[in-house]
Design a protein. Sequence first.
Length: 73
Amino acid sequence: MEQILKIWPTMSELAKDIDKPYSTVAAWKARGKIPADHDFVLIDAAKKRGESLTLEQLAQARRNAAPITSDAA
């Protein structure tokens, strides 16, 4: 997921490009996951920055994401 987020110099710029609050994209980064329902808007935003981003890349990033673990018992 980090490789995808590197398209944007800052999380603020990503938030602005996709018209989402900064807190939303910061949470994605913290979780290491971007919800799939944002794929097309991310692809369009990357394209406007002159970057290539595909559904396949997003899907691969999800497969490679580390699972979230909980210490709560």
